[in-house]
Design a protein around this ligand. Structure first.
Ligand code: HMG
Ligand code: MG
Length: 306
């Protein structure tokens, strides 16, 4: 059998504390958020999306962003990122000492309105000042293209629309552009076509994949991306999460599942799978539900003495 051509190393951004917890209806104590971040950093996470500096009226769960940032450990090798939809968010992020800010646009007008209350073009203008301020302060900037593989309001999203927003985020100076399947509907062929199109215009090492797992396609979609040469992925511990403005959408692909896939393929991640499983089982127990990570549950089950 011929060997697939795969990257040797993949960089995972752990988004569980942000994309995961933002969707929890019950308010979670700051202590728990901080402990989750501690456990993830201890498992070797070097890119951690810790929280969001968004309006607490829109996403109350992220209302303790400044406190979370003040209390999480800051190992020198770890880059901490936060969501910043506007200058108010950026100022909070800067004061909190974030290493990276995330501006998040959408490939459909309807989703842009629901998520950030403005049109796609207005959002780009808002992000322009955020990206510039980030550059002025030496912060890394990541852009996200939501609903790139389907929109809960519009339905199908043409590749050209996702590509257009990716291009505009690159033009704002984003160091990385994440292509997001917000509602987890994409399948591997569609993912391949979209990422190939994006990779024709943006350097491969500046593109990342962000796959929600609503339809169970996310691990396959990560593999499709790997085959295109993508080396950056967002994943969420225990598959936590969803977007509050995408009803019914479940969490991101579980970190444990992606790491298991990658290590099985001989691709390096720098992450300690056993400690990730511990973190995923711990937060799932706290939330009183079974983890959404198949790998996490399988490894945890093997540990229980017969
Ligand atoms: P707006 O209501 O149009 O904003 O919301 P506004 O400027 O009129 O402000 C309204 C109030 O919010 C004001 O307070 C502001 O001060 C306050 P008031 O004067 O009424 O007391 N405010 C803020 N407070 C704290 N931090 C801020 C901030 N900005 C305004 N940054 C806005 C516009 C963008 C602020 C709002 O729509 C918002 O916060 N949206 C965030 C939505 C969100 O967090 N969605 C989930 C994250 S995105 C996601 O999950 C997708 C992703 O994972 C990729 C994928 O899967 O697709 C990234
Ligand atoms: Mg998301």
């Amino acid at each position: 059998m011929s060997k697939m051509h795969l990257p040797e190393r993949v960089w995972i951004t752990e988004v569980g504390p942000r994309d995961g917890l933002q969707n929890e209806a019950k308010m979670i104590a700051t202590d728990v958020k901080v402990e989750l971040c501690e456990r993830l950093l201890a498992a070797g996470v070097t890119n951690l999306e810790a929280t969001s500096f968004v309006s607490p009226k829109w996403v109350p769960q992220m209302g303790d962003a400044a406190e979370v940032m003040a209390r999480i450990p800051r190992p020198a090798h770890a880059r901490i990122s936060v969501l910043t939809p506007n200058m108010k968010g950026f100022e909070g992020a800067l004061a909190a000492g974030a290493d990276e800010v995330v501006i998040f646009g959408a490939a459909s007008e309807a989703f842009s309105q629901k998520n950030i209350n403005c049109s796609v073009t207005e959002s780009i203008e808002r992000f322009r000042v955020v990206a510039q301020a980030a550059k002025d302060h030496g912060l890394r900037v990541r852009g996200a293209v939501s609903v790139a593989l389907g929109c809960p309001y519009q339905g199908e999203v043409p590749i050209a629309d996702a590509l257009d927003v990716a291009r505009r985020l690159r033009d704002l100076g984003c160091d990385e552009v994440g292509i997001a399947d917000t509602i987890g509907v994409g399948t591997a062929g569609q993912v391949r076509a979209l990422f190939e199109a994006v990779a024709r215009e943006l350097p491969l090492d500046t593109i990342s994949g962000h796959f929600h797992d609503t339809y169970g396609q996310a691990v396959a979609n990560v593999l499709a991306c790997l085959e295109v040469g993508v080396t950056r992925f967002d994943t969420s511990i225990a598959g936590l999460g969803g977007c509050p403005y995408a009803k019914g959408a479940t969490g991101n692909v579980a970190t444990e599942d992606v790491v298991y896939l990658l290590h099985g393929l001989g691709v390096e991640t720098g992450l300690d799978l056993d400690r990730l499983v511990d973190a995923g089982q711990w937060i799932s127990t706290f939330l009183e539900r079974k983890s959404n990570s198949r790998v996490g549950n399988a490894i945890a089950a093997k540990r229980v003495p017969a």
